[in-house]
Write a protein that binds this ligand. Structure first.
Ligand SMILES: [Zn+2]
Length: 345
C-alpha cells in the first residue's frame, strides 16, 4: 500500500497509464511503448499473469507444485520467477525486477511495468521504435583527481587509477572491433558527474559505458554487477518503496529498453568470461547516467574489499579479460540492433 498517501494519487494514475502502455513523456527519440496486457491491479499497480506473459511470448508456462515458482520456457530461453522476489533468472543470469513477483489465488503475476521495461527489451526488442545505431562509444573511467573512488591500502590500489587502465584497454579492444571510442578523461583528472553525460551528449555518443570497481565493509562479498538507469515509476534495486524522485522522467529514461538490452548483454558476457558470482543486472539513479541522450551502462567490475578479487583486478591480464568481455557484450548488443532494424545499425 505504498502509494496510498494522498500526494501520490497522481503517481498511482501515472503508473496505471504506464502499465496500459500510454506514453506520458515527451516524444522524440523515446522508444515508443507497445501496449502491455493487464490482468489484475495488485498493490494499486497493474500486473500481468505469468501465464499471459508466456502466451504473449509464445513460451510454455509451468508453475511449481507449491505454486511459488513460475517458469517460462522455449527452445533457447528460460525465465524463472519466484513469488515475492525481485530477482528473475534469464537462462540462469540474474536480473533485478522493479517490483517483486506477486501471488494471488494460486497464480503468479509480473508487474506490467517489468513486462515492458525488462521482458520486452530482452526478448522482443523489435517492438520498440527508434532503434539506436551503434558506432560511437564514450567510455567513462569513474572518479579521478581529488576523487580517488574506493581503495585497497594493503595492495596499494586506487579505483581511479585502475578504472583508467581498464578504460584504456577497453578503448583499444573496441577500436579493433571497428567502433569509434572516446573517453571522458585520459588522465588523473577530476570530472563532475554531470560533465560525464554532457560530454557524451556533446559528441553524439551512441553508447555510454561507465567503469567502476566496488567496495563494501564485508570482505567476503565479491562478484560483478552491471547497472542501468532506473525506469520511470519504479524503485532502484537498492530499495523497494517508490519515492518522489522515481516519478520524475530524466533524459536517460528515453533509452530504457536499449540500456537494459546493452546492460544485460555486457553483464552476461562478463559472467561467462570471468566467472565468479553473478550479482546481476540492477537499476540505480546514478547521476552520471541521468542526463544521457543515448543508452548507458555502469559496470562494477569486482570488489577491492575482497582480497582475492582485488589481487586479480590489480593484474593487467585480468583487466584485459574484463575489457574483452565488455567488448564481446557490446558486440552482442550491436548484433541484436542490426538484426531487429534490418539494416547496418
Ligand atoms: Zn566507483
Amino acid at each position: 500500500m505504498i502509494l496510498a498517501r494522498p500526494h501520490f494519487r497522481w503517481g498511482w494514475l501515472l503508473l496505471l497509464c504506464m502499465g496500459l502502455g500510454m506514453c506520458l513523456l515527451p516524444t522524440g527519440a523515446r522508444a515508443e511503448l507497445p501496449p502491455t496486457p493487464t490482468d489484475a491491479i495488485l498493490y494499486e499497480r497493474p500486473y500481468t499473469e505469468l501465464a499471459t506473459v508466456a502466451g504473449k511470448l509464445g513460451m510454455r508456462y509451468q508453475q511449481s507444485r507449491d505454486l511459488k515458482v513460475g517458469t517460462l520456457s522455449s527452445r533457447w530461453t528460460s525465465l524463472k520467477f519466484t513469488q515475492n522476489s525481485r530477482v528473475m533468472l534469464l537462462n540462469n543470469f540474474r536480473i533485478y525486477l522493479g517490483f517483486a513477483v506477486a501471488g494471488s489465488k494460486g497464480k503468479l503475476y509480473l508487474s506490467s511495468q517489468d513486462m515492458r521495461n525488462i521482458i520486452r527489451p530482452l526478448l522482443t526488442p523489435q517492438v520498440f521504435s527508434h532503434k539506436p545505431r551503434l558506432k560511437k562509444i564514450v567510455i567513462d573511467p569513474g572518479h579521478g583527481g581529488r576523487d580517488p573512488g574506493c581503495s585497497n591500502e594493503s595492495l596499494g590500489m586506487l579505483e581511479k587509477e585502475l578504472v583508467l587502465a581498464w578504460a584504456m584497454q577497453l578503448k583499444e579492444t573496441l577500436q579493433e572491433r571497428g567502433y569509434q571510442v572516446l573517453l571522458t578523461r585520459h588522465s588523473d583528472r577530476y570530472v563532475e558527474n554531470t560533465n560525464r553525460f554532457k560530454y557524451a551528449n556533446d559528441v553524439n555518443a551512441d553508447l555510454f559505458l561507465s567503469l567502476h570497481f566496488n567496495s563494501v565493509p564485508r570482505s567476503s562479498v565479491h562478484g560483478i554487477e552491471t547497472y542501468v538507469y532506473t525506469p520511470l515509476g519504479q524503485p532502484s534495486s537498492s530499495r523497494s518503496q517508490i519515492e518522489e524522485i522515481d516519478l520524475k522522467a530524466r533524459p536517460a529514461n528515453h533509452y530504457d529498453p536499449w540500456s537494459t538490452l546493452a546492460g544485460f548483454n555486457i553483464q552476461r558476457q562478463l559472467i561467462q568470461s570471468i566467472g565468479g558470482i553473478d550479482r546481476g543486472l540492477k537499476r540505480a539513479r546514478f547521476s552520471m547516467l541521468s542526463g544521457l541522450n543515448c543508452p548507458g551502462v555502469l559496470i562494477e567490475g569486482g570488489f577491492f574489499s575482497n582480497r582475492t578479487e582485488a589481487k586479480k583486478i590489480k593484474s593487467a591480464w585480468h583487466r584485459k579479460k574484463l575489457a574483452e568481455a565488455v567488448a564481446v557484450g557490446v558486440d552482442a548488443y550491436h548484433n541484436t540492433l542490426k538484426k531487429i532494424s534490418g539494416k547496418d545499425a
